[in-house]
Write a protein that binds this ligand. Sequence first.
Ligand SMILES: Nc1ncnc2c1ncn2[C@@H]1O[C@H](COP(=O)(O)OP(=O)(O)OP(=O)(O)O)[C@@H](O)[C@H]1O
Length: 346
Amino acid sequence: MTRELISDLEPLQPESVPADFVDRENTKTALSNLIGPDSSRNIHLQGPKGTGKTHLTLLQLNQLDQANTCYIDCKNSDTQYKTLRQILQSLTKEPVNTGYHTSDLQRKIEERTGAVHTVIVLDEIEFLLENDGDSLLYFLSRMKNQSKVNVITISNQNLNLQKQVEERTFSSLQPYPIQLEPYTGEEVYDILLERAQKSLKPQTVQKSSLTYIASTTTNPRLGIQWLKTAAQQADKIITETHVQQVQEKAVNEYINQILSSFTEHHRLLFQAIQELAEDTDTKIRTGAVYKRYQELCQSQEQESLSNRRISDHLKQLEHLNLIKAEYHYGGSKGKTREIRLKQPTP
Ligand SMILES: Nc1ncnc2c1ncn2[C@@H]1O[C@H](COP(=O)(O)OP(=O)(O)OP(=O)(O)O)[C@@H](O)[C@H]1O
């Protein structure tokens, strides 16, 4: 692996929030009007993967002077209790031990949100809503100092928040909806060009290579990863052929990065689905997935998880947009699920 082409790796890292966003002016304006001490609006931000939901929100938080900000990634904080602890930790900037009762955490958060405006972001809210996220949202939307709080929920395209939470929660949360559309090829190109200019040495990337990436994926997160993989592999200049040659590697690295905050069992389960998908064009039955997953566990001398846990893991892979599941109700086996691998492109 060479990094001779890269002058600054940072703009190619997935967590790097750009100072300047390409386009998205309307969203930026909406967020800056709705978030901050002059507003108590809650917001629900929704859109396909990579449309800038997280980074646009973080950019807005960075611009707030006098506010407490709590950013929670619900992939890791997927219960009310874990999230309340995270929120309190952000507010106090001190570790919060696990000895507290839920109501203690709620009371302490209410006390802390009285003096200074507070913005609470719940990213990838679908993970929390698999558990007791509804109770958390209900609490946050009814806090004593609600007029000094913005709650921002972020979800992928497939979630219907209104249907996922109880009526009373939705009506007290009343989130202002912001929908982000997928980027066009030109927009992805502009985003990639900006990253290339900031991270690569001059004259090390051909325009046609960026065009190829931008015409293959509408997801800049994958596009940026692809550019990084190509830059790490190329010797002198990144050409279109080069980009084509590293496509599979870049997609794998993108998937590994998505799965990096999950367990070995998520990875084995996903591997099982990938292997089964190689053998068939049709949908895969859950029974076959369990079987292949158990074989993989055995080959790695790992104890496999129960079907119940694996079912939860499958739901999480679905939320990550790595697989698509179709549910069938009724029949002799009750509810059954059929799975397809989702292509990360476009
Ligand atoms: N308009 C833009 N200008 C510059 N960079 C962008 C823009 N939109 C997205 N990006 C970059 O694309 C990547 C994906 O953005 P982000 O994580 O904010 O998307 P997301 O919608 O939250 O995706 P996910 O659902 O996968 O979490 C990040 O590296 C981000 O900096």
